[in-house]
Design a protein around this ligand. Structure first.
Ligand code: PGA
Length: 223
């Protein structure tokens, strides 16, 4: 099984999000070898969820963030309790959250706990194999900082070796995803690597055509 996780970050207004999902619906072909997860902004998630369930489009949704606190008086935060009936996954610890919002290991561990208490699976992002990984994490996304948004992905052989090391060192980690400048031209180099279970494209997921091409490539790779 290969994972393709589209991270829209803070992109798209409502009209653009609607156009994307309509185009995606026309292009996307379900494959049992591929787990497709889309992580739009939360402002679009309800509408996209309604659309995919009405049209029976087999993808999962992820939040890009989660509150470290349980539901309560935390203005502006979205709690795990609120996300539980909307998403199956949540991206935690993305390099942009660590960098621009000063999220540290302690806070990220609380976010992981809140997610798991509510049956949301964390996709835990790390920038290197020396980063702390909470013991309950099963899915990691290895995203070297210099590869994110730069158009310069890491050498797939290096990424493969890093993910192998992480899986060896953390026995709970079963799924290792690579992210950082993945696009339709380079995706299969990562998808074919032995230890890499999928890719997490950011910019390339903003285009429904390119995103479905990446999914198609994953579906052609033997598990
Ligand atoms: P990118 O983003 O594909 O645009 O490099 C990936 C990510 O930051 O998750």
């Amino acid at each position: 099984m290969k994972y393709i996780i589209g991270n829209w970050k803070s992109n798209k207004n409502s009209k653009q999000a609607r156009e994307w999902i309509e185009q995606f619906a026309k292009l996307y072909k379900y494959s049992e070898n591929v787990k497709v997860i889309l992580s739009p902004s939360l402002s679009h998630t309800v509408e996209i969820k309604q659309y995919v369930s009405k049209k029976n489009i087999q993808i999962s949704l992820a939040a890009q963030n989660i509150s470290p606190y349980k539901q309560g008086p935390y203005t502006g935060e979205i709690s795990a309790e609120q996300l539980a009936d909307l998403v199956e996954y949540v991206i935690i610890g993305h390099s942009e959250r660590r960098n621009y919002f000063n999220e540290n290991d302690n806070l990220l561990e609380q976010k992981v706990q809140r997610a798991l208490e509510n049956n949301i699976l964390p996709i835990y992002c790390i920038r290197s194999d020396s980063e702390f990984i909470p013991s309950s994490v099963k899915i990691i996304a290895y995203e070297p900082v210099e590869a994110i948004g730069s158009g310069q992905p890491q050498d797939p052989a290096v990424a493969d070796a890093v993910i192998q090391k992480i899986k060896t060192n953390c026995e709970n980690v079963k799924i290792g995803i690579y992210g950082g400048s993945v696009n339709v031209k380079n995706a299969d180099l990562f998808l074919k690597a032995f230890n890499i279970d999928g890719v997490l494209p950011g910019r390339a997921s903003l285009d429904a055509y390119e995103f479905t091409k990446i999914i198609q490539k994953a579906s052609q790779i033997q598990a």
